[in-house]
Design a protein around this ligand. Structure first.
Ligand code: FES
Length: 146
């Protein structure tokens, strides 16, 4: 290999290494980068699309430590309830929302039968403390729990 070819090859190798290095650092995984914000904003615990998620009263979703229940037919914050899904008795994740009784149930195999209203209030023990309620905001078709 002649000197001129050698220098040209070294230059090309360095250029590719620099481009590759810049690309790796721009994907969000590099040192000092911040994670992408969650849908609904950086403080959102949960966010969903009202045109596709929880379409009917009585529908519910348990995710990110929250039980989100559609309590009404409208598209306002008052048509939903967002509560901690961690039972205040012994920390089990509540099992379900019973649309007949309108109560959140903490059932076996983990739970011990506590029942909570959609406000979070205890309806039946052994839990003695309400579930923590979260704030719901609705903007267009996006519901956000914070
Ligand atoms: S953990 Fe829920 S009733 Fe015991």
């Amino acid at each position: 290999m002649e000197r001129r070819d050698f220098v040209s090859n070294i230059g090309m190798t360095l250029a590719l290494a620099c481009v590759g290095g810049l690309a790796a650092c721009s994907k969000g995984g590099g040192y000092g980068s911040s994670p992408d914000p969650a849908p609904g904003g950086p403080n959102a615990k949960l966010s969903l699309n009202l045109s596709t998620d929880l379409p009917n009263p009585g529908d519910f979703k348990i995710a990110n430590g929250i039980i989100l229940i559609r309590t009404g037919a409208g598209k306002t914050a008052a048509d939903f309830a967002a509560l901690s899904s961690t039972c205040t008795h012994q920390g089990c994740t509540v099992a379900t929302f019973n649309n007949t009784t309108k109560l959140i149930e903490c059932n076996a195999p983990c739970g011990h039968g506590s029942r909570f209203a959609t406000s979070g209030a205890v309806n039946a023990g052994p839990a003695a403390t309400p579930l923590t309620a979260y704030t719901i905001t609705v903007s267009g078709n996006t519901l956000t729990v914070t």
